[in-house]
Design a protein around this ligand. Structure first.
Ligand SMILES: Cc1ncc(COP(=O)(O)O)c(C=O)c1O
Length: 391
């Protein structure tokens, strides 16, 4: 426990709640895009039936009707599964914890992206796993380096966010996905595919998941565990996500969940099940994509306008994050100190590196800004950078 650090992102949330501070720090979905009438309708329906079951203990694996809805939803993403393979979790974060408890012994090696999702690094640190970070570029994790490691040492699992990574914004290409599945099969390594952002594609074509690809490769069918969530597409406070688990390991994960929390909140699951049954999810996803596209474009344009060559960043195909670096090489945490005074916050890149951090990097989230606040945020960031560069 003592080796596990508090999340820098959660610490920064306190600044983002201050008046007059524009936050580019949160990884949170936009509250103005929550479908309140839709959620209210689903809740009212559930309550008005005076269904005592909605307040009762539930099944560890998840509410049966919700699992059926998830099966249908997964099919639209190209994943063919059955309710028996769907495990409802308290967010995908719990899915990661369950996997760590079931699969990772202290000292086991797990490959993570460089940079990687911070709270996954926390989970693997708590599990006392040995992490090795593999560089990513615009096409996702470097598969040659993965192969070089696998051919040299024993690795238990590879953890990936293949769509619009947090924090990198990168998307793993189809070719690399195929290659990774083949490698996982050859070296008997588990792939943990964490996909909370897949539905928030803002441009380009859908790429089949590693899970789907593995189903078509003889011998690889059981090598991918898929995780996703209602947090980014509906509401994170409902704390509901799911895993698609092939083969025998399902039972072990369900037993781990029994021991941890018995089951995910019944009422949350029933609200989501009714919401999905009402047919509102697909139109809502279109609203989310249009809004996040507008916000992404506004932030990219504002950064170019106010910071020019002083910052380099990618334009992600989806999700919520820009990943960039200050070209002067200045430490982003120094810039953050000035940025707080200037009234803007972001997350310095350092905590996303398990080792050898690149200190001039930063993560910027566009999810909660408006085009007007994007401009002001970039203006303030330019002021902060100017101060940091001249110190
Ligand atoms: C890559 C990634 N995985 C998992 C999570 C956890 O999400 P949930 O709210 O479903 O637990 C997040 C949340 O930001 C995330 O970015």
């Amino acid at each position: 426990m003592l080796r596990t650090q508090s999340s820098a992102v959660r610490e920064l949330l306190k600044y983002s709640k201050m008046p007059n501070v524009i936050s580019l720090a949160g990884g949170i979905p936009a509250p103005d895009l929550f479908d309140i009438p839709g959620l209210e309708g689903a809740l009212d329906e559930e309550i008005s039936e005076h269904n005592r079951d909605s307040f009762q203990y539930g099944i560890t694996e998840g509410e049966p009707r919700l699992r059926q809805q998830i099966v249908a939803f997964m099919l639209q993403r190209g994943i063919r599964t059955t309710a028996e393979n769907v495990l409802v979790t308290a967010g995908s974060q719990q899915g990661l914890d369950l996997i760590a408890r079931v699969f990772l012994n202290p000292g086991d090696t797990i490959l993570v992206e460089r940079p990687a999702y911070l709270a996954a690094l926390q989970v693997f640190t708590l599990a006392e796993a040995r992490m090795l970070s593999v560089p990513t570029d615009e096409q996702g994790i470097n598969v040659e380096q993965v192969e070089a490691i696998l051919s040299n040492e024993s690795v238990k699992a590879i953890y990936l966010v293949p769509n619009f990574g947090n924090p990198s914004g990168c998307t793993l290409t189809f070719e690399r996905r195929q290659r990774l599945v083949q490698l996982a099969c050859r070296y008997r390594v588990l792939i943990i595919e964490d996909d909370p952002y897949g539905e928030i594609r803002l441009q380009g074509e859908h790429i089949p998941s590693l899970y789907e690809i593995a189903q078509g490769v003889p011998g690889a069918e059981d090598s991918v565990l898929y995780l996703s969530s209602f947090s980014k597409i509906l509401a994170p406070g409902l704390r509901t996500g799911w895993m698609v688990v092939p083969g025998e390991v399902y039972g072990h994960l369900a037993v781990a969940k029994q021991a941890i929390d018995l089951h995910t909140c019944t009422l949350s699951q029933r609200i989501i099940e009714r919401y999905m049954a009402s047919g509102r999810l697909q139109p809502r996803l279109s609203v989310l994509r249009a809004s996040y596209r507008e916000r992404r474009d506004a932030l990219c344009a504002a950064l170019r306008r106010h910071l020019g060559n002083a910052i380099q960043f990618n334009t992600p195909d989806g999700g919520m994050f820009l990943w960039g670096c200050f070209t002067s090489g200045v430490d982003a945490s120094m810039v953050l100190k000035h940025a707080i005074n200037a009234g803007v916050v972001f997350v310095p890149g350092e905590p996303f590196f398990f080792d050898a951090p690149e200190r001039n990097t930063l993560r910027l989230s566009y999810s909660t800004i408006t085009p007007a606040s994007a401009d002001e945020a970039a203006r303030r960031l330019a002021t902060a950078l100017h101060h940091a560069n001249s110190h």
